[in-house]
Design a protein around this ligand. Sequence first.
Ligand code: SF4
Length: 64
Amino acid sequence: MAVLKADFEACQGYANCVVAAPEVYDIDDDGTVVLLKQEISDEDRAKVDEAVSSCPTSALSIED
Ligand code: SF4
């Protein structure tokens, strides 16, 4: 199963990821991304791929 990664230093809180995959990403009070899941199912994969590519700071990745 694919594992989610996030570079919390790179994240600037643009929230594109939350818009693309709200069941997988959230933003904390400091404006930093929060991973709501560690691993993603095939079902969520398309949304997560979209979230990863929509991040302006390339803070998100997926490890297969
Ligand atoms: S899209 Fe990128 S910069 Fe924006 S909140 Fe998500 S991880 Fe952070």
